[in-house]
Design a protein. Structure first.
Ligand SMILES: Cc1cc2nc3c(=O)[nH]c(=O)nc-3n(C[C@H](O)[C@H](O)[C@H](O)COP(=O)(O)OP(=O)(O)OC[C@H]3O[C@@H](n4cnc5c(N)ncnc54)[C@H](O)[C@@H]3O)c2cc1C
Length: 387
């Protein structure tokens, strides 16, 4: 497989390289032969997740003491990149699932870790994240779903929109309003997927990432105990932002995998396709696109691996994760379009995978904070909050 200078020059450990190789091998063996059909069928391949679970990919960042593999965020980013190189839909499923593992690890009580991590990190359960609502996405602090005190616990009510993995979730991290308005009134809960009152209201059909499940969840008088609170009451907005910071490393890695796929496929096509008596790669109109793609892929990898390495070192990584996501997703969307252009009419047909990557790339600029929101986060770190 094509490996770029960035991957070769980054000081990866043997374990990190082995995990990347394992994810690449599984993607080639278990996903590549089926992906065109799954994409057409909008299929969520449940069996695949049992295989990824057995291989340790679902528990990559879960410590061994909780049933996982205990690898680091760099390994996780490499695995997501390799999955996305074949199917960005599978990559986001694993990424959101891992974001929940990460949130429980960072914010959960010992009891919550013992309850959920063995199920998520090796027990074949999938995690989901429910923040967005019909009337608020970027402005998540305006959420309306409520958690009202009821006996020893809470009753959850409301609608959550576009939950990745929501239909199949063993546990959903959901944000609900426990207090007054704004961010301070929000609390985070770990809600079992089979809790009475939780239902899938709608499965959303999408432009791309067809193998990823996206659904609206309804919460109707869902009773949970205080042991379902993730973090303290009123800290839920911060908990969601903590989860999203690690999640953005995953989405940036997903976008990087899309870039890698676009580059590989563009190189192969540009060498093979002849026009006016020469391989089209001989024309600068084509080769310069490929040069730009390769450069942006290296830059995306550097940003992703840096954010992941900072997370591994226990150092602040929020801004670096936003920069990685902003850069990698912009580059993925742009170069998926250029890769399709290089493929000409063939690129527009389903004969070549590039049309799928073109459709899949766009979402990386939207979920887990749009590119505009990433720029707000980066700019605020430089300018402070100016009113
Ligand atoms: C396939 C898919 C999967 C998803 N998965 C999940 C999930 O698992 N869990 C979950 O909770 N959510 C999920 N989402 C929701 C996603 O995170 C939101 O769509 C996203 O955060 C944007 O919110 P919005 O769609 O409400 O857009 P809006 O917030 O309404 O924004 C609309 C436009 O306005 C821009 N904008 C808004 N505010 C500003 C501002 N202050 N300055 C400049 N521009 C601004 C935005 O950048 C955007 O371009 C998913 C969405 C999709 C499509």
């Amino acid at each position: 497989m094509h490996d770029t200078q960035a991957r070769a020059q980054f000081d990866l450990s043997d374990e990190q390289r082995q995990i990347a190789a394992l994810a690449a091998e599984i993607a080639q063996r278990e996903i590549a032969p089926h992906i065109a059909q799954w994409d057409r069928d909008h299929a969520f391949p449940r069996d695949l997740y049992a295989k990824l679970n057995d291989a340790g990919i679902m528990g990559i960042i879960v410590p061994e003491s909780y049933g996982g593999v205990g690898a680091d965020y760099v390994s996780y980013a490499l695995a997501i990149e390799e999955l996305a190189r074949v199917d960005p839909g599978t990559a986001v499923t694993v990424s959101v699932h891992s974001m929940i593992c990460s949130a429980i690890l960072r914010l959960g009580t010992e009891e919550q870790k013992r309850r959920w991590l063995p199920k998520l990190g090796g027990g074949n359960q999938i995690g989901a994240f429910a923040l967005t609502e019909p009337d608020c996405g970027s402005d998540a602090a305006a959420l309306r779903a409520t958690a009202k005190k009821h006996g020893d616990g809470y009753l959850l009510n409301g609608r959550k929109q576009w939950c990745t993995n929501g239909t199949y979730a063993g546990v959903t991290m959901g944000m609900f309003r426990t207090g007054g308005g704004g961010a301070r009134g929000v609390s985070a809960f770990l809600i079992p997927g089979d809790a009475p009152g939780v239902s899938v209201e709608k499965i959303t059909e999408k432009l791309g990432i067809h193998t990823s499940n996206t659904c609206d969840l309804a919460f109707d008088d869902v009773g949970v105990g205080t042991d379902a609170l993730l973090g303290k009451e009123g800290d839920g907005f911060g908990s969601a932002m903590t989860a999203l910071a690690s999640g953005r490393i995953g989405i940036a890695a997903q976008a990087t995998g899309i870039l890698a796929a676009c580059l590989e496929q563009s190189i192969a096509f540009a060498k093979d396709r002849v026009a006016f008596g020469r391989a089209i790669g001989a024309y600068e109109g084509v080769s310069f696109k490929i040069a730009q793609m390769a450069t942006d892929l290296d830059a995306a990898r550097m940003l992703v691996y840096r954010a992941a390495a900072l997370a591994d070192a226990g150092r602040p990584f929020v801004i670096e994760a936003s920069k990685a996501k902003f850069f990698a997703s912009t580059a993925a969307r742009r170069h998926a379009s250029e890769a399709l252009q290089i493929h000409g009419g063939y690129g527009y047909t389903t004969e070549f995978a590039i049309e799928r990557f073109y459709r899949d790339a766009k979402i990386t600029e939207i979920y887990e904070g749009t590119s505009e929101i990433q720029q707000i986060i980066i700019a605020r770190s430089l300018l402070g909050k100016l009113d």
